[in-house]
Write a protein that binds this ligand. Structure first.
Ligand SMILES: Nc1ncnc2c1ncn2[C@@H]1O[C@H](COP(=O)(O)OP(=O)(O)O)[C@@H](O)[C@H]1O
Ligand SMILES: CC(=O)OP(=O)(O)O
Ligand SMILES: [Mg+2]
Length: 402
């Protein structure tokens, strides 16, 4: 690419997660990618990796244990790095991933003080994400004060699910209060939906289950490109087991913990930070480490992860009344041939026939020609989704200003 950074107008995306910050810088006019990178391991062994797509230069930095132990510190470091490496780029817009939009936001919005106040109210519903998302917005507002800031929600893609798919069987007043299934990872699902539309148009208008398997994991049933059901619910805890989150849990277990005198804080830490792959294995939340381990506990953690995905695949297929395609995405879905093969093993009854060689090669199509259900591996791109939404809202804001 010959694009030079000098006097470019840039659009920055920020995806501030539980222990990582992913970012990308695009040109504001045609969304060419200039920089992308991530800062991972905040609070443990923080590590920074970035790449310039202008000259292919790589950047990396590592901290010693506890060298970078908060998101605020991490954001501060990143903003400084942006200042050095992106000098010459005028950041005119920043798009932020915000996991929870509650019942209020069914599409991206320009950030205002009123929007921030509403989003703060949702912090208890996504304690691993929402406070960090908001810290990211505030730090970026301070660093790029002349830019338009846009919030793009994980929940928005699921907003129009039918009542039976987003209610709990609790007294009605709780539904009205917002105690419902929201679903998350919506920017990832939206990207996959658009990708299917251009690359697999036949399946795009059909019945598709997408498995977003990352550190956070969920699945979505899409009918004609729209979400009709998701495994995640009210918070980002429900559904599949995750790196450190429990996934589906009998609420009776929570009552039991309460009776045992566990505090809210202890319960929250247990369910969000000590459970999932990490809890079952006692080794790690990281799928790569578990796959490399010979320990029985590591194998059992992977087996449980796979088992729950299989169950949900069956359940979501029932919700869709059939299945035309399955898509794997997210860090594990994109890179673990073992997890994909294990999930699809024994699924012939559903019309699935895996092409093992294609799967091991990490091809896009991983099912055989005979398979009635098309099985796909598609890398997700939450960043480009955020960038597209942000560009659109920036254009609207500018045109409304005359
Ligand atoms: N080559 C690989 N094989 C197996 N798992 C992988 C591989 N690369 C990444 N992963 C897993 O992907 C997960 C992180 O996924 P990612 O989508 O980046 O997470 P998040 O965005 O939720 O932080 C981790 O569990 C990591 O171990
Ligand atoms: C909502 C959620 O789980 O997000 P992440 O995968 O980024 O943790
Ligand atoms: Mg993620």
């Amino acid at each position: 690419m010959t694009t030079s950074l000098h006097s470019q107008q840039g659009l920055l995306t920020l995806n501030v997660g539980s222990s990582s910050i992913k970012f990308a810088l695009f040109t504001a006019d045609d969304l060419s990618l200039l920089f992308s990178g991530q800062l991972t391991g905040i609070g443990s062994h923080a590590k920074f990796d970035a790449k310039s797509h202008v000259d292919n230069q790589s950047y990396s930095h590592a901290w010693s244990a506890d060298g970078l132990d908060s998101h605020v510190q991490a954001i501060g470091w990143l903003v400084q790095w942006f200042g050095q490496q992106m000098a010459g780029v005028q950041v005119v817009a920043v798009g932020h991933r915000v996991v929870h939009g509650g019942v209020w936001f069914d599409s991206p919005v320009v950030v205002t003080p009123e929007v921030i106040a509403k989003l703060r109210e949702l912090e208890p519903l996504a304690p691993l994400h929402q406070p960090h998302n908001l810290a990211g917005i505030q730090a970026a507002q301070a660093a790029f004060s002349g830019a338009v800031h846009v919030a793009c929600f994980d929940t928005a893609f699921h907003c129009h699910q039918p009542f039976v798919k987003d209610c709990f069987a609790l007294p009605r007043k709780y539904y009205e209060q917002g105690v419902r299934r929201y679903g998350f990872h919506g920017l990832s699902y939206e990207y996959i939906s658009h990708h299917l539309e251009t690359e697999f148009p036949l399946q795009a208008v059909g019945r598709v289950v997408v498995a977003h398997l990352g550190n956070g994991a969920s699945m979505c049933a899409m009918l004609n490109g729209h979400s009709i059901a998701s495994t995640m619910g009210f918070s980002a805890l429900d559904g599949l087991p995750m790196g450190t989150r429990c996934g589906q849990l009998d609420p009776g277990v929570l009552l039991y913990f309460l009776q045992q005198g566990m505090t809210e804080r202890e319960m929250s830490d247990l369910l969000y930070k000590e459970s999932g792959l990490k809890g079952i294995s006692g080794i790690s939340n990281d799928m790569r480490e578990l796959e490399q381990s010979d320990a029985l506990e590591a194998k059992q953690a992977i087996d449980y992860f796979v088992y729950r995905i299989k169950r949900e695949l069956g359940a979501l297929t029932a919700a869709l009344e059939g299945l035309d395609a399955v898509v794997f995405t997210g860090g594990i879905g994109e890179h673990s041939a073992h997890v994909r093969a294990s999930v699809l093993d024994g699924m012939a009854w559903l019309g699935v026939e895996l092409d093992e060689e294609a799967n091991n090669r990490h091809d896009t199509i991983i099912s055989t020609r005979r398979s009635r259900v098309l099985c796909l591996r598609i890398p997700t791109d939450e960043e480009i989704m955020i960038a597209q939404h942000t560009q659109r809202l920036m254009g609207k804001k500018l045109s409304s200003q005359g």
